[in-house]
Design a binder for this molecule. Structure first.
Ligand code: NAD
Length: 258
């Protein structure tokens, strides 16, 4: 399929490549755009889930979810049909794993919930999944977590809104819903890594979701170089040393190719 993204500028790729080649404490921030070439749509891009259906946001809003069995039933059905279950990592994920193998990647912070960085072999201790993971569920009553697939099997066998088997509480995907706080330790680790980085590489994000987007100004104001890779302009392009516009799965391997 022909790429819908602009042809990347060779000079920008070269400048990004040179910055990454000389960096020693790289921090990567990834967003939904990294996984679209694995078949998982983003939210706010031109073909995004919310761009096409603003109602979908309600399924991930905590008050709506807790207050309505109907919303929960729809949310479980949407989880079952989620494209992530069929998705494989793409060359963009592989490029970040490759960067980790050079020993110069301090941390990757992903806004994605699809688990594809781990599938691509990025070590779990080098990754913060700041919005959680859709591969697990959490009980809002007792807090216990368990594999998502076990809960989806219950949905398939006739429980449209399965309760926690331990305490009877409401189960939800182990992801951060709108209206829920981030995990403080994860956020501190992400912002601390941005402060200590000598290069911040932001990939596939509109950089509009705070406080994670703050990683970019924090890194820049502490002297790090900033490289942004995305298919369209972002909210923070004016802070970047280099902006590479283009298809991530094509551009990222070229940028980290050392
Ligand atoms: P976003 O949807 O706000 O923005 C994605 C950006 O990536 C857009 O600017 C889009 O134009 C760009 N893009 C999409 N595909 C691209 C490609 N192949 N090459 C180049 N650019 C491409 O994403 P966000 O900033 O991560 O925020 C969305 C929120 O929704 C996140 O917080 C995340 O938790 C969640 N989300 C996760 C997934 C996932 O896990 N894969 C998918 C959708 C949304």
């Amino acid at each position: 399929m022909a790429s819908t993204h602009p042809a990347a500028d060779a000079e920008a790729i070269q400048r990004a490549n040179a910055l990454i080649a000389s960096a020693r404490r790289i921090v990567v921030l990834t967003g939904a755009g990294l996984s679209t070439d694995s078949g998982i749509p983003d939210f706010r891009g031109p073909d995004g889930v919310w761009t096409r259906n603003p109602e979908a946001e309600r399924l991930s809003t905590i008050d709506t979810y807790l207050g309505s069995a109907d919303v929960r039933e729809r949310a479980w059905r949407a989880r079952m049909d989620h494209p992530a279950w069929q998705a494989d990592p793409n060359p963009g994920h592989d490029a970040i794993t490759g960067l980790s193998r050079t020993g110069r990647l301090a941390l990757t912070v992903t806004q994605n919930i699809d688990g594809l960085h781990l599938e691509a072999g990025l070590p779990a201790e080098e990754l913060v999944e700041i919005h959680g993971s859709m591969r697990r569920v959490r009980c809002v009553g007792c807090g216990i977590t368990s594999p998502m697939q076990a809960t989806l099997a219950r949905v398939r066998s006739g429980e449209p809104d399965p309760p926690c088997e331990l305490c009877g509480g409401i189960l939800k995907s182990a992801t951060i819903f709108f209206g829920e706080a981030l995990v403080a330790a994860d956020l501190n680790r992400a912002l601390g890594a941005a402060k200590d980085a000598d290069l911040l590489l932001a990939v596939g994000s509109t950089l509009q979701v705070y406080p994670v987007a703050d990683m970019v100004p924090i890194a820049a104001s502490n002297g790090a170089s900033v490289v942004i890779v995305n298919g369209e302009p972002t909210a923070m392009d004016d802070m970047a040393d280099v902006v590479v516009l283009g298809s991530i799965s094509e551009v990222l391997p070229a940028i980290v190719n050392l």
